[in-house]
Design a protein around this ligand. Sequence first.
Ligand SMILES: [Zn+2]
Length: 755
Amino acid sequence: MPMHSTSPRPGWGAILFVSVLLAAALVLGLAHSGTPALPEGPRPAAAFSVERALVDLRQIARAPHATGTPANDAVRAFLVARLQALGLETHVQDGIGVMQRHSVAGKLHNIVARLPGRVPGPALLLAAHYDSAPTSFGAADDGASVAALLETVRALRTGPVLERDVVILITDGEEAGLLGARLFTAQHPLARQAGLVLNFEYRGNAGPLLMFETAAGNGPLVQRWLQTAPAPMGNSLMYEVYRRMPNGTDFSIFRDAGLHGLNFAAIGGSTDYHTALDRVDRLATGTWQRQGDTMLALARAFSQGPLVAAGPDRVYFDAPVIGAVSCPGAWAVPLALAAALLCVLAVVTGCRRAGLRAAAIFWSMPAFVVQVIVVAGACQALWWCVRWVHPQYKLMLQGDPYNASWYLAALALLGAALFLLLSTWLRRWLDAVELALGALACWTLAALATAVLLPGASFLFVWPGVFLSAAWLLAFLLPLNAQRSALLQAAALFPASLLVIPIVALVATALTLNLVAAPAVLGAMLLGLAGPALTLLARLPLVAAAAGVAGLAGGALTAGFDTDRPQPYSLYLALDANAGRSYWLSNDAALAPWVRSRMPGAVQREAPGVFGSTGPRLWVAPAAPQAIDAPVVTIVSDQVVGANRHVDLVLRSPRRAPKITLAVDGAPVLAASVDGQVLLAERQDRWRGALHGFGAAPIRLMLQLQPGQAFTLRVADVSYDLCAAPGMACPPTMLAQPFGASGTIQAVRSTVFQP
Ligand SMILES: [Zn+2]
């Protein structure tokens, strides 16, 4: 038997050392991924101040202000006046922005302002969007960024004239499909003058400010950001993930247009995202101050001297105590090879000097993989059970319920307990040291794989591998007894945990409890490295399990809804203009009492045909006749030209609805255009489109179809003002669900075209 398997009872000193070290790593790691503290006291005129920015934000976030709404016009007028008062050349870029991939177009009004510099040349572009999601006040998303832009301009103007032009771009129609950014990059002359863009976003309203996206060739830019930004946070793992994802924010459009830059966002507080909870009083001011400090510092740095050139990508990350670190991307493979060499040396030395069994270490690897999968799967399954017990959590479409932190803590503790329990069971066949070295070998393989396939992510596996391999090698060479060796592992585990724990927390926030298996994989992998150090804490599995159960109880006790945690609902009013009938509709699985009171006689059934296929069964109830002006569809011409049928139409929303949706069923649409702009360039069998911000103006819609087929065109105009309708009185304990039809009034007209 290997000598490490029989260890004496650990002394209190050893237990204390390991406990304090691991607790410190946990506290530091979690604090690092939390909301930054707001510095006390007033800020000088040259600095960024959330107190000053708050005056503007209160105006911006007075009411929901989605593209095409009167409130959006009011916000724009306010911002233009503010930028002019700050002394900037300001104008509004009017035009149509189009996303052909989903046939979405918008009549938009981007705000563009220029702070002229001393030297002609490429400009620094600072960007955020002023439109909100339909029922959201848009205080964080993205009002806070817009107000921060104003405060940054004010602070910049307290100093000497800048060397470089700074262009402030406040886009419209971001929530409708990044339409304003598309319009700007496609048509605005300043888009060609821009040399670098800094874009600011929120997916939530709290947490650390993350630099989560940049473009290829980011090396020099990343170095400059790390040198300039106060407490920079972000890592190249996020960069690797985001560059593989479809368009997410305005930044993707700038990047695709060939612009270089950095994209910042805070992602904590996702329960408020895109809902009426995105209010000024709920915005984390510490996050906002950090955003402003970063924006101002980078604006000052990048508006002086030569613009940063492109250069090879860098690998970068940040950790508490350690700070922000970066190295050339080309080092990823050599570093991973060095980690692998160290790991092999540790294993070989362990086998030679400590009597470890090579075969046992080998078998520890699949055992570790299975252990990680079981723990991650159990965490995910447990969350599904919680959702089954508390079906109201399914109403939170963002993923996390309001009391998510109870469950995150509970799942982390129960997952850890299960992992340790499985380790105890595996120790029937495999020694604790062999198990730990198997886990270390898996980390090292992950380091090699990521270095080749996903270099930006390699730091996450390389450095913990290096720390632990070095500690094991030292322990075998000296040699140390089992307990001292475990203490050395704990010491090596400390920096590894500082690196990994904030990323586990970040992944959990980003993916929410609905994908809790992902952070659980990483957390379980970390526990694998900790093996022998944790065996010193004999009662840990029991304590963790008990605390985890208490966490579940805490979740159950805080599962209810109230004014601070309003219950999301789906409810909308829809008019069938053809039949002159109105309906209440809801996608909810079960109706909340208030929703039920709005729709007496509701039954679950297919939606009336005029609303098209709305997927699964809805709650449907007849509504009292509504005085809603339905959209007007006028056929200008319908003829066969060449091989195709050309249908030329004029649409109009007499009630100035901010959004119009279009659907064609029965025949494929080959091409479509709106007011002369191409909306669809490729054939689509069940064509769907959307138009934003056209007001009451006539809209020219041209469709091309195959001749000889009958089809139906469904035009719905959508307003976001259900709760403002007479007699609605939406209670403060209820909240319109984001991302869908809830809170809207729709009027649908369907037109049948004969072959
Ligand atoms: Zn946004």
